[in-house]
Design a protein around this ligand. Structure first.
Ligand code: FES
Length: 681
């Protein structure tokens, strides 16, 4: 055994012997220990900080003496004086190994640091971004060796960072000479290398050491809203999150009406493309401003979106997506330049990655959910539902994953509901109806108290109660059913039949009065028969989609249900089950994944290997097309009843007993909803 000192790194446990005088950074590199460095060991970036441990470490079989590392040197002293090193820390590129030593690499010094999501489920994202910073010293020009500045930069990156080949845009080449000279031939470059690239591309260059960081945007481009997370590409930290309405709404509320707009109006697709790109630029500028960073430092953007949004973002006419066989122009992932999408608000050379689409109706947003929730790694059979204007549904476990999209329409988002509104302060988000008195109590967004609690009116304030949002209407319909005010077929009872004056006649049907604010100039909020029908249509479409996947898989029950989407986070599992939105499972097997599509976008932004992974996974997902599947209609009609015409829902019935009134006085069949024309979008 050599007499060279033993070096043990934690937390990796990697160990090896190195000659006296070897810098810790060099030892780390040789052992493959994850220790960061932007300046390449020049003592200026401070990314290589380590914490040596002194004393007896029997677990690691090493005893560390006080002189195990070289003395604190001038570079470290200067750094400490200027910026301050935490007590006990050393710079790994300066401290040299003198004896056996234990070296801890703190999380912030790891390149592949793990970022834990703040949301309930502890999904970790490993940092491995496609774009990184490199500090290099470039040889100065020499008349005896007539090479170009770019070639000398490429050589420096090869020699100092083992980057074999780089490419550069003309726009950046024009900046290269002044930047090199300004930095006295010391520069930092941002290099992008995608998972399929062999050549790294220079996206930006700064004189000297660039210390203001690099950023990326993870964008969830929905039909209704566009949400963006501005993320630090070194730490994975979300610096700011923001959203705006998708301005395409003025061309049509849902996807199909936007496709129709493109069909009916020559150039309509281009109008919608321009509108959405414009909005993304506005959003990018705003979010950078909010985080206080220069938008030019945004060098990567990842998009997740449904197929129609995907095509409209790319400037592709979505007309083929409006008719069978729903052909996508491309289903593969795309890596583009920001300027190809007119994204002028961010770095013009920024790279854009768009996740692959699964099928003509199952988009990159669903792929992002698959990346975040990983149904293909699940031991038990999981049904994952991303509820929005369309519901994206995934069913799978380790053996196989299936996906479909189902046209739920906007009712779950509070649209097409008489008192419906988007989830915003003043909207009723939760409601309970007393089964005996039939009286409601409710909670509105922006106020923690229930409506029957003291101080509710004061807390709701001047804005008052304005309407019902998606989760509120789901609860309202389920509560009406549990209170015996609504029958299995979805018919609402009269005041006489139900014994409550809350049931008020409205034409030939009835409506349940939730709140009457007219005395104070506020709205009268009711749940009408039409609202119930709209919810029945939406929930039947969702359930039928799930059943179709279960048929394909050959099962009639699933082990667990995951509700994804911002809206999914607010749905009460009990009420969703009473309504028959989701298949019957024990209530504790229904969980919320929050904005899983947004998380998937963040994972793809922070980890380049995840891009290859999702492309592989998407290739293995079985796509089921609901629009052409005859069984869909059958499932849809059966699912119209609340909770269901034929499926017994045994788990639900263990915890609630549903009354069985019948309000069908006009011979109206419960299949009315089923006979309605299906809509998509
Ligand atoms: Fe940059 Fe040590 S590697 S300071």
């Amino acid at each position: 055994m050599s007499n060279d000192p033993l070096v043990v790194f934690t937390p990796s446990g990697k160990r090896g012997r190195f000659p006296v005088g070897t810098p810790v950074l060099t030892a780390a590199r040789q052992l493959g220990v994850d220790l960061d460095s932007v300046c390449g060991g020049r003592g200026i970036c401070s990314k290589c900080q380590i914490t040596p441990g002194y004393g007896e470490f029997s677990k690691h079989g090493v005893t560390v003496r006080e002189d195990a590392l070289s003395e604190w040197n001038a570079v470290e002293a200067r750094y400490d004086e200027k910026r301050g090193l935490k007590p006990g820390r050393r710079l790994g590129c300066q401290a040299q190994i003198m004896g056996d030593v234990l070296i801890d690499v703190p999380p912030e010094s790891q390149v592949h640091k793990q970022v834990v999501r703040k949301a309930a489920s502890a999904r970790v994202i490993e940092m491995d971004p496609a774009t990184r910073l490199y500090f290099v010293e470039v040889d100065e020009p020499d008349m005896h060796e007539p090479t170009g500045d770019f070639e000398r930069l490429a050589r420096a990156l090869r020699e100092q960072w083992e980057i074999p080949e780089i490419a550069v845009d003309l726009s950046l080449l024009a900046k290269l000479q002044p930047v090199l000279r300004k930095g006295k031939f010391q520069v930092t470059v941002a290099l992008h290398k995608g998972h399929r690239d062999t050549v790294a591309r220079v996206l930006e260059i700064w004189p000297g050491l660039h210390e203001s960081g690099l950023f990326g945007l993870a964008i969830d481009l929905g039909s209704t809203t566009i949400a963006a997370h501005l993320t630090d590409l070194e730490t994975g930290e979300v610096k700011a999150s923001s959203g705006i309405m998708n301005p395409q709404i003025r061309f049509g509320e849902d996807l199909m009406s936007r496709v129709s707009y493109a069909m009916m109006n020559p150039g309509g697709d281009r109008e919608m493309t321009a509108a959405v790109r414009d909005a993304i630029n506005t959003l990018a500028g705003e979010i950078a401003g909010e985080a206080g960073i220069d938008a030019g430092l945004i060098v990567e953007t990842v998009f997740v979106c449904n197929p129609v949004m995907h095509h409209l973002l790319l400037g592709i006419d979505p007309v083929e997506l409006g008719q069978a066989p729903f052909a996508l122009a491309t289903s593969g992932s795309l890596t583009l330049e920001a300027r190809q999408l007119d994204l002028a608000a961010i770095n013009p050379r920024a790279r854009v990655y768009i996740l692959p689409c699964i099928a003509g109706h199952v988009g990159a947003d669903c792929a992002a959910v698959a990346l975040s929730e990983e149904p293909g790694k699940s031991e038990d059979l999981a049904l994952i539902v991303d509820v929005g204007t369309n519901a994206e549904i995934l069913l799978g476990d380790k053996t196989r994953v299936l996906a479909c999209s189902s046209p739920t329409g906007p009712a779950f988002e509070g649209a097409q509901i008489s008192s419906g509104q988007r989830a915003a302060p003043g909207a009723i988000e939760a409601i309970r109806i007393d089964p005996v008195t039939k009286e409601p109590r409710f909670r509105v967004i922006g106020c923690d108290k229930w409506s029957d609690e003291d101080g509710f009116d004061e807390e709701v304030g001047a804005g008052g109660i304005t309407g019902i949002c998606g989760s509120g209407i789901i609860e309202a319909v389920a509560e009406l059913r549990m209170a015996g005010l609504l029958d299995e077929g979805g018919l609402i009872g009269s005041a006489e039949a139900t014994g409550t004056a809350r049931m008020q006649a409205e034409g030939r049907t009835h409506a349940y009065l939730v709140h009457d604010g007219t005395e104070h100039g506020g709205p009268r909020i009711t749940v009408t028969q039409g609202d119930i029908r709209a919810i029945q249509l939406a929930k039947s479409a969702l359930y039928a989609g799930a059943r179709l996947l279960m048929d394909e898989r050959g099962v009639d029950k699933v082990d667990r249900v995951v509700l994804a989407g911002a809206f999914g986070a607010h749905i009460s599992p009990l009420h969703a089950m009473v309504l028959g939105m989701i298949p019957d499972v024990p209530l504790d097997k229904v969980t919320s994944a929050g904005n899983a599509a947004g998380t998937g976008a963040r994972i793809a932004l922070c980890n380049v290997a995840a891009r290859a992974e999702i492309e592989r996974v998407v290739g293995q997902i079985t796509k089921v097309e609901t629009a052409i599947e005859p069984k869909f209609q059958e499932h849809f009609v059966a699912a119209n009843a609340i909770p269901h015409k034929t499926d017994p829902f045994p788990e639900l019935r263990k915890i609630v007993s549903l009354p069985s009134p019948s309000f069908n006085t006009h011979g109206e069949g419960d299949g009315e909803g089923g006979r309605r024309r299906r809509r998509r979008g």
